[in-house]
Design a protein around this ligand. Structure first.
Ligand code: NAD
Ligand code: UD1
Length: 366
């Protein structure tokens, strides 16, 4: 097994090819986390998951285990509980961390900024302090395209000035800053900041997928719940943008491609100290109506919708310049929007209430 954990004396990774590592995945029961646990296990790594289950269910890990035939050790721990975080590092010889855990609803972050700053920033600080204490200094962090803010031209390139325009996005930006300062101060750290564009889809087995609590904020989960009969119709936020069909364009990325991007980033930083940032997107924009049409194709019938006013804070269009990830990591997306919708639909159709067997009491129709 590759020993790539740095030591107090600053010893660099010892192998040019990455072997089996023990990876701590925070937020590993969540949507992107569970798909990444699967990709890591398929790549031969041992996985330890830490999650407080505030927005997920341990059922996702049971299903990952069914698919891979491997079991991840699970710790129900809140990252704001520093001693509990340390205990996980005491118990396992961790080589590297993939840090997904965090709150992620933009609207909620505007209403409850303290909860977002506390959870995301304090949680990350506790994680980093525990890592440092235990000589674990490799981390892949879930950042977001939201850090590019409102004023950058498209496509977004990693070297652009960033500036998020909501508390959620600012927690991402601030964590990027914390990690950059850390990497600059101490060259034993190996840091990847991954800026995701719009993750959608599900594992093609239909066994794991996105399971939003309450009314979905994001486009594809909402369409999926209309298609399965949980909601009446999609409200398309804005039909008068300066785009080919008047609806807003985004860079959708299949969650399995995204998960594989983490394995690629992990392999890259295992051998290289320093701080690096990569966009993980397809480099193409798709409009709301294009996504809706793809989903209708997957379902085989029309999905009711109505064009309504723009959503506050939305941008007309953005997508990634995805060339750095290709050049550095040899990674690019492989799946089309049609495939994202087919896979998302398979998951939703087979699991109409997500990981719950029946409709949760609070999740009535919008
Ligand atoms: P998710 O909510 O499904 O997963 C996040 C997980 O973190 C959940 O399982 C939740 O229970 C856990 N968590 C939250 N706070 C915690 C804490 N204090 N301690 C322990 N666990 C905690 O979300 P996701 O879509 O899988 O997103 C994963 C990461 O990627 C998040 O950091 C998110 O901000 C980021 N991201 C997501 C998107 C997206 O559209 N899904 C886009 C860009 C970035
Ligand atoms: C959202 C987040 C952003 C995050 C990104 C990644 C907000 C304001 N922003 O952005 O921080 O990084 O997800 O997944 O939440 N739409 C509809 N009807 C709906 C839902 C969405 O028309 O019911 C439209 C939106 O107006 C947008 C597009 O669909 O044009 C995509 O929306 P969404 O999935 O929420 O993603 P983003 O707005 O890109």
């Amino acid at each position: 097994m590759l020993q790539h954990r740095s030591t107090e004396s600053g010893v660099a990774p010892i192998s040019a090819s990455v072997g089996t590592m023990k990876i701590l995945v925070t937020g590993g029961t969540g949507y992107i986390g569970s798909h990444t646990v699967l990709s890591l296990q398929e790549a031969g790594h041992d996985v330890v998951v830490l999650d407080n289950l505030v927005n997920s269910s341990e059922e996702s890990l049971r299903r990952v285990s069914e698919l891979t035939g491997k079991t991840a050790a699970f710790h129900q721990v809140d990252l704001v509980d520093e001693p509990a975080v340390e205990a996980v590092f005491d118990q396992h010889q961790i080589d590297a961390v993939i840090h997904f855990a965090g709150l992620k609803a933009v609207g909620e972050s505007v209403q409850e900024p303290l909860a977002y700053y506390y959870n995301n920033i304090v949680g990350t600080l506790n994680l980093l302090r525990a890592m440092d204490k235990h000589n674990v200094r490799s981390i892949v962090f879930s950042s977001s395209a939201t850090v590019y803010g409102e004023h950058n031209p498209i496509p977004y390139i990693e070297k652009m000035e960033i500036g998020a325009n909501n508390p959620y996005g600012r927690t991402k930006e601030q964590i990027e800053d914390i990690l950059s300062d850390l990497g600059n101060a101490d060259d034993r750290w190996h840091i990847a900041l991954l800026r995701y564009f719009n993750p959608v889809g599900a594992h093609p087995s239909g066994r794991i997928g996105e399971d939003p609590q309450g009314i979905p904020n994001n486009l594809v989960p909402f369409i999926a719940q209309v298609a399965v009969g949980r909601r009446e119709k999609l409200m398309v936020f804005g039909g008068d943008y300066d785009t080919p069909d008047g609806t807003a364009q985004r860079d959708y990325i299949h969650v399995v491609d995204l998960a594989d991007g983490h394995v690629a980033a992990l392999n890259y930083i295992a051998e290289r100290a320093g701080v690096r940032r990569w966009n993980l997107g397809s480099g193409r924009g798709s409009s709301v109506l294009e996504v809706l049409r793809s989903f209708e194709k997957a379902v085989g019938q029309p999905i009711p919708y109505e064009i309504t006013g723009r959503r506050a804070g939305d941008l007309p269009a953005f997508w990634a310049d995805a060339s750095s990830a290709l050049a550095d990591l040899g990674w690019s997306t492989t799946k089309t929007v049609d495939q994202m919708c087919e896979d998302h639909w398979r998951w939703q159709k087979n699991n109409p209430y997500g990981y719950n067997a029946a409709e949760p009491a609070a999740a009535s129709n919008a």
